[in-house]
Design a protein around this ligand. Sequence first.
Ligand code: ADP
Ligand code: MG
Length: 308
Amino acid sequence: MPVVSVINYKGGVGKTTLTANLGAELAFRGKNVLLIDLDPQASLTFSLVKPDYWKNDLAPNKTIKRWYDSLASGASLKLSSLIFEPPTMKRLMPRNRGSLHLIPSHLGLINVDLELATELGGGTLKQNKLKYLRVHRRLSEGLLEQDFEQYDVILIDCPPNFNVVTKTAIVASQYVLIPAKADYLSTMGIDFLIHSLNELVGSYNDYADLEDGGVEIEKIKPEILGVVFTMIQMYADRPIAALRQYMAQTSSLGVPVFTNHVRENKTLFAEAPREGVPVVMKPTAGTGKVIVGELEALVAEFAAKLGI
Ligand SMILES: Nc1ncnc2c1ncn2[C@@H]1O[C@H](COP(=O)(O)OP(=O)(O)O)[C@@H](O)[C@H]1O
Ligand SMILES: [Mg+2]
């Protein structure tokens, strides 16, 4: 059950679109996939579930916010009790394939970050280090429930920041996937993100040497699976020159880069969330067919890297 965090500091780089398409195509290939929406903007949730359904059936008590809240108040809600199968995906997924499940997000998740941050302060140095470990391990411990063992892969759509909730995702992950645009600021952003990741892993592992009530805490070692370039403009079957220089520059940072990328197409990608169907699941012709083929190749590369 590999856990993969999909992360970038920047919003609007195609994280959610990539997560939805990876999940849907992997399920189509027979895998049991769980998506966790950790972004308070809840774009992944709204890409798979109609707003009315979310409001009436999920928002009151079936979102990840409820689980973080319950931990803070000492109640013990099971994380797996929030798993839900989006009706559109259930309907579209042919028999004898895999499944796509979701733990939905909530717009109020933004407050959870603040609450977790306040939990971190106010004690002796040793107490603070132990609090740091406990807070950052929350999601990782939640995922130890037996119900999660049925999944071939768990994908976490992270918010566009490096706050505590994002860190709980990284601590719970064996892999990190970085969707990015190929431009100047994004290339700088990747460098900065990797720096922050290393810092998190460094402090966490340093603190993990402290035993928590005699319980040994395992160190973390999330591996960067690679950068996936998104919204790529093509000319004569390859990315335009202005983008190629940034793609090359990213490789020269020493970060693994996926061979396949996501092509830009406003019409197809902008419409998909409204219909609740990721592009890769849509029957298309012409350019649409080319794009679906490219997404399939990207998912195959992802699956091969994960060994699933
Ligand atoms: N390959 C693409 N081509 C064109 N538009 C895209 C593409 N991927 C995503 N988009 C659009 O860009 C916007 C941001 O994408 P999204 O996946 O929500 O990014 P993020 O999760 O990083 O904020 C959305 O409106 C989405 O429909
Ligand atoms: Mg998003």
